[in-house]
Write a protein that binds this ligand. Structure first.
Ligand SMILES: Cc1ncc(C[n+]2csc(CCOP(=O)(O)OP(=O)(O)O)c2C)c(N)n1
Ligand SMILES: [Mg+2]
Length: 599
């Protein structure tokens, strides 16, 4: 190697720095020590965070992006080290979140020889096959000089179009091989690419025709609105035409939940106001949503949606999602923000916009009625004082205790279902959850990424007892890097969401879903507060609803990592106006209202 050549590892690190990546998250192994060495050289420009489980690194990178809008990278070793990552890759892939996973592999000179940790039985160094279904693309440069091309292409694939995680799989020797005299410059390759494509102008005119003529229009927003930075434009459109806005779980916060036009969550456990409006809509404008089964009440008509006769306008950056699950009156491939701006500009050119908005009064009045009926139905849960804490009350107390700028990261489980129904997110990043792959641990670890992305904002995570035990290593990471997050462990002594299914669909044939002491049969869990204290973190236990809000406020105020072990009832499910069907097993019934039958 001539003196001024950069090696493969140096090119990757230098490129990340040029892309202004502040952090890399990962875990060492013999397969990536060369890469860590390249990070060491540049530690003044990029910070390395070493975690205790590779999945944690992926979840941190994921939520860092959801809060800051900036992709980061992970580093994992060959073999098992990287095999711990796919769960996080899939989580980000299905929720369209980019991060760059730099995975180590065995040296090219050892390909096919079955060296330590090589996946070789079907094909040499075959980590790419392992993650093919889990990420947007895999790159595997096998010579040093291939690295500059691979890194710039990997970055571009990751951030353009529908974003998603990309794997850069690097054999051991390639980290150290001469790669280039200079690293590719983002400004030449990626920084100047825009994917803010607009919709077909004729389609935009048709959208405006349909919206102006509609009697019962509803806008449905997904995370395309949040991560596309389209919330301000959305609000303008909704207010200007007086169209109510419902949210998928991933779209919550895309409009302030307390805005008069906000309907709340449409889902199997959605609010009556949202489901009943969306399923009666004559025109539904869907922006950056996928219509998954939980949003759509398993696609059974009359619960979340009734398409047709509802005429669906579906706008998404990824045409693969359009008409995946419902027929469209109009499908438009576009960036949601650009599309909204096109619609607003088209409205400027139209007459009769104000009349159309005024004609909405009857529809909005009917919706107010649904709101009141729903509010009366859910009212008792907000004041329920029972012990262990009523889950609705718990969600409400936690939500109330958080300031407007707080970030709440949820894990996966019954607690998530309660949170999406009863929290009132104000901003696009107020409530963060995983809706695609739904891996336990997402919130346990993700909150660390949130705090690094927003050090001045309170970051609180609500996590199941099952998931927290699974990923309790985060306690150490919070201490080692001084990351002051709060975990509220929603302690119901069970994999309660799954036990709920056994109770609801399988006649209560419960097995393998609760945590019990072998001799006494009493509910068992470790003492999570003591566990936190053993790691050097303050921990408290709360079992009264009235104390939960204060505990959260106090935890945030300490400015240090903190754990609250909250004892919460397990025997309740958050009922809503929709249903969920487990084919062959059963179908739930709506807790409120019935099936809507169009005339
Ligand atoms: C890694 C992983 N394993 C299993 C599941 C299936 N699963 C979904 S929710 C759940 C129960 C989670 O229990 P807990 O963390 O205690 O949350 P709770 O439902 O009790 O609120 C399980 C096992 C999953 N989503 N992810
Ligand atoms: Mg639990």
């Amino acid at each position: 190697m001539t003196k001024n050549m950069l090696d493969g590892g140096q090119v990757i690190v230098d490129y990340l720095i040029r892309e202004r990546v502040p952090y890399v998250f990962g875990l060492c192994g013999h397969g990536n020590i060369q890469f860590i060495d390249a990070l060491y050289e540049r530690s003044a420009d990029i910070k390395t965070i070493s975690v205790h489980h590779e999945t944690v690194a992926g979840f941190m990178a994921d939520v860092f992006y959801r809060v800051s809008g900036r992709p980061t990278a992970t580093f994992t070793s060959c073999g098992p080290g990287s095999a711990n990552l796919p769960i996080a890759l899939a989580n980000s892939f299905l929720d369209s979140v980019p991060f760059l996973a730099v995975t180590g592999n065995v040296p090219t000179s050892q390909f096919n020889r079955g060296a330590f940790q090589e996946l070789y039985r079907h094909y040499q160094a075959d980590f790419p096959s392992t993650v093919r279904a889990y990420c947007k693309r895999v790159f595997q440069p096998t010579r040093g000089e291939m690295v500059p091309l691979a890194i710039r292409q990997a970055w571009k694939t990751m951030v353009t179009g529908r974003p998603g995680p990309v794997v850069l799989d690097v054999p051991f020797d390639v980290f150290k091989e001469a790669a280039a005299e200079e690293t590719p410059k983002p400004e030449d390759w990626n920084a100047s690419i825009s994917c803010r494509c607009g919709a077909d102008p004729e389609g935009v005119a048709k959208v405006v025709d349909m919206l102006l003529a509609a009697e019962r229009p509803v806008i449905l927003i997904g995370q395309g609105v949040k991560y596309g930075g389209a919330d301000a434009d959305l609000l303008q459109l909704a207010e200007r035409l007086q169209i109510p806005v419902a949210c998928s779980a991933s779209g919550l916060g895309g409009i302030d939940s307390e805005h008069p036009l906000a309907l709340g969550l449409v889902a199997r456990n959605g609010a009556y106001s949202a489901n009943h409006a969306a399923r009666q809509a004559d025109v539904l404008l869907a922006l950056g949503v996928r219509f998954d089964d939980r949003t759509s009440s398993s696609w059974l008509p009359g619960y979340s949606f009734t398409i047709p006769p509802t005429r669906l306008i579906h706008v998404d950056i990824d045409p693969d999602e359009i008409a995946r699950n419902y027929p469209v009156a109009l499908g438009l491939m576009a960036d949601v923000r650009t599309f909204l701006r096109q619609v607003l500009a088209e409205l400027d050119r139209r007459k009769g916009v104000a009349d159309s908005a005024a004609a909405r009064a009857k529809w909005l009045k009917a919706i107010d009625g649904y709101r009141q009926e729903w509010a009366a139905f859910i009212a008792p849960g907000f004041t329920d004082d029972s012990r262990p804490i009523h889950p609705q009350r718990a969600a409400h107390e936690i939500d109330k205790a958080l300031s407007r700028d707080a970030i709440l990261v949820s894990d996966i489980g019954i607690h998530h279902n309660w949170l999406i129904q009863f929290c009132k997110p104000k901003r696009p990043d107020s409530l963060i959850g995983s809706m695609g792959f739904g891996p336990m641990g997402f919130g346990v670890a993700g909150v660390l990424g949130a705090k690094l992305a927003a050090p001045d904002r309170p970051c609180v995570s609500v996590v199941g007892d099952g998931a927290f035990f699974m990923h309790a290593s985060v306690l150490g990471t919070a201490v080692e890097y001084d990351i002051p997050v709060v975990w509220v462990v929603w302690n119901n002594y069970a994999y309660a969401s799954i036990r709920g299914l056994q109770r609801g669909y399988l006649g209560g044939r419960e097995l393998a879903t609760d945590f019990k002491h072998p001799q006494t049969g009493e509910p068992y869990n470790p003492d999570f507060a003591a566990m936190a204290r053993s790691a050097g973190i303050d921990g408290v236990t709360v079992d009264r609803a009235a104390d939960l809000g204060d505990a959260v406020r106090k935890a945030v105020a300490t400015g240090k990592p903190y754990l609250i072990d909250a004892k919460i009832a397990a025997d309740k499910n958050p009922g809503g106006a929709g249903v969920w069907d487990l084919p062959g097993t059963g179908r739930s019934q709506p807790a409120f209202g019935g099936r809507y039958q169009p005339n």
